[in-house]
Design a protein around this ligand. Sequence first.
Ligand SMILES: Nc1ncnc2c1ncn2[C@@H]1O[C@H](COP(=O)(O)OP(=O)(O)OP(=O)(O)O)[C@@H](O)[C@H]1O
Length: 764
Amino acid sequence: MPDSIKAYEQKHLDDVVAKVKVAEEDAKQRIDVAENDEAGIRKNFVNDLRIKTDSYEGLLETALSVRQQQQMLAERQNSWQHATTELSTLQRLEKKAYFARIDFQEGPTAKTESIYIGLGSFSDTPDHFLIYDWRAPISSIYYDGELGDVSYQTPDGEQTVNVQLKRQFQIEDGTIVTLYDTDQTVTDQMLLSALSEHSDTKMKSIVTTIQKEQNQIIRDTKSDLLFVQGAAGSGKTAAILQRVAFLLYRYRGHLNAGQVMLFSPNQLFNDYIDQVLPELGEHNMVQMTYYQYAGRRLPKIDVETLAQRFDESNTPAQKKINQLKGSLAFFDAVTGYADHLESADMVFRNIKFKGQVFIDKAKIQDIYYSFNRNYHLGNRLQATKEALIRILNRRISSEMKTKWVEETIQDLSKQELDSLYGDEPREFESSEKEMQFLSRKVVMKAFEPIRKAIVRARFLSINNQYVHMLRDIPNRLELRDYGISMADWQASVEESITKLKDHRMQLVDTTPYLYLYDKMTGKDGERDMRYVFIDEIQDYNAFQLAFLKFSFPRARFTMLGDLNQAIFTKENSRTLLQELSTMFDPDKTRVVQLTQSYRSTQQVTDFTKHILKNGEAVTAFAREGELPTVTVANDEAGALKKVIAQVQKNEADQETTAIIGKDLADCRALTDQLKAAGASVTLIQSENQRLAPGTIVVPSFLAKGLEFDAIIVWQASASRYAAEDERQLLYTICSRAMHRLSLVAVGEVSPLLSDVPAEEYTVI
Ligand SMILES: Nc1ncnc2c1ncn2[C@@H]1O[C@H](COP(=O)(O)OP(=O)(O)OP(=O)(O)O)[C@@H](O)[C@H]1O
């Protein structure tokens, strides 16, 4: 690239930065003005406000003036907010104004235009954009096409332009470090340098190097279901975070971050990605694990944790039952059962008062089923509550005459009496009237728990209903079709009952339980949620997905996953895709496959993909690195020595390292041994822990979605990984490595590695 071009571009950059600085000053002034105004309003507010409470007009006047002041404050707050956001974008632009330039013509006779693309828009006069936001429609041509005719989507339809130049910049602190002209989507050079960086405990945004296939995911606005099957490290997570930023920009004013929700695999992962959106100048979306989402609604039940679920060893019969409980057929069966409750079989509980039956369950049942067939579960319940409240109100008068009421009044202290009188005048026509007044108050107070119980529908019993439903399932589904015998089913119902009595529940029961509860109480989901993202979709079952669709009826779904990494659902994940396809309109479903893996070096990707059999396609990105190493020690002590030596080597090379063990027990034992040998490592044992800098030891099921410079697989031995259905697990572990992968086995190496060609690793 001739120096004259670099000089020209640096001058252009200097001009833009100078204008950015002017705008920064302007924004700062606006912030000052807003702050001063606000302080002024608050001060005057106290001085000006005369509280008039002696007449109705006076009260109204006071209220109006308070309201006016509040409005003025809100306006200042708004302009303060606006100027502050603008300032933070400008400060970012001052350092790195843009990363690309595109020259294009809108038609053969049109004049050539140049635009610069950066993290945010900037214009010096309205309509004169010096920088375009990377999410603007026109910016799409940078990611999407090559030179020549390129089309892009605008809100008014498709546009085609002729692209003549694509220039990329690496800018640091207002100085151009390098620039390249390219005819490819994004030069490999830029991507290579992005990928060669060391890993961090926080994920970074990929704005400058988004790839064409990723851009399709980011900018999709049409699909109700966008399903992304992407190899490990293909940028699924990176792309969806960019997508959230894109959507927030595209629908600014109509969509806020609170209407976007991401279901992530674990809390560590939440921590790992929480800087990406703020870095892009956006607020984080709502982020939760499915476990948190379900658990939050079941505060009194201990739902099985990730670690427990991972350690679960089920009999073949239990596996089949779990499979059934996670299927769409089961979802339909629960739906059918719930609909049937409109005409029969709802289980009720007596409403009690002072240990006695107050309203009998048979009576409640009569009321519940007295409404005509047009009443569905929701309004049937509402109408029942209203009827019960009426009964309660009628019972007040009769209860007032009972002995306990009279006794209670006699025993009242002065303080209690005062609180019963409240602010009401204490003049009564007669002592009888006064007694009546007090009796009513006493009874109403005593009835308060009953009123609450009615309003909260405590006369329903979700636990009993759930058990009733489980017992009824053989009437709704042909168990034999699922390879389940009647005896096995009954045994599993008994087990669920035992657990429920003990306030425990398996994850596989949680969703049907919540779904049944929502149906019984007529809930129809959170209508405000507009975009739901589900990462690591292969760990969900169809029932959960159907439930999420039911729970967010107006949302569009983006589901991402890698069937190669199905560590919980294993082979069942393949049927998930089929089941999903029946849940959404095929015309509004888009499936995108990402096969290129960006995370790892070619050597690591080649090695890991040989662990899989009939796996989904994975292509290595041509980034050179060292071969993975495999060490087989005779005993644990020998293996431990190898691990310590490897950690020391990694530390010397400044490679952040995670040692991944199969389960928590292995990881605990290893951490103790490493610490005893003087190594400094942090054990991550629960998903609620934070990612620590330095070397960590982490069990496989918590390493999902994360990445590290170097991975040491602890106990890559035949004793740990032998079963065919553990291939995905071993693959998931190994594919966390960016640059360096070391496997350490004791005794005999895992047979799951037998298909890896000998030239793809070094034995040490
Ligand atoms: N276009 C890109 N430019 C630069 N880096 C990228 C790009 N795409 C992906 N990466 C990087 O590749 C790594 C893997 O990406 P990410 O974690 O999003 O993959 P994933 O598909 O979610 O992986 P997994 O399924 O294994 O968790 C990250 O470090 C990410 O920043």
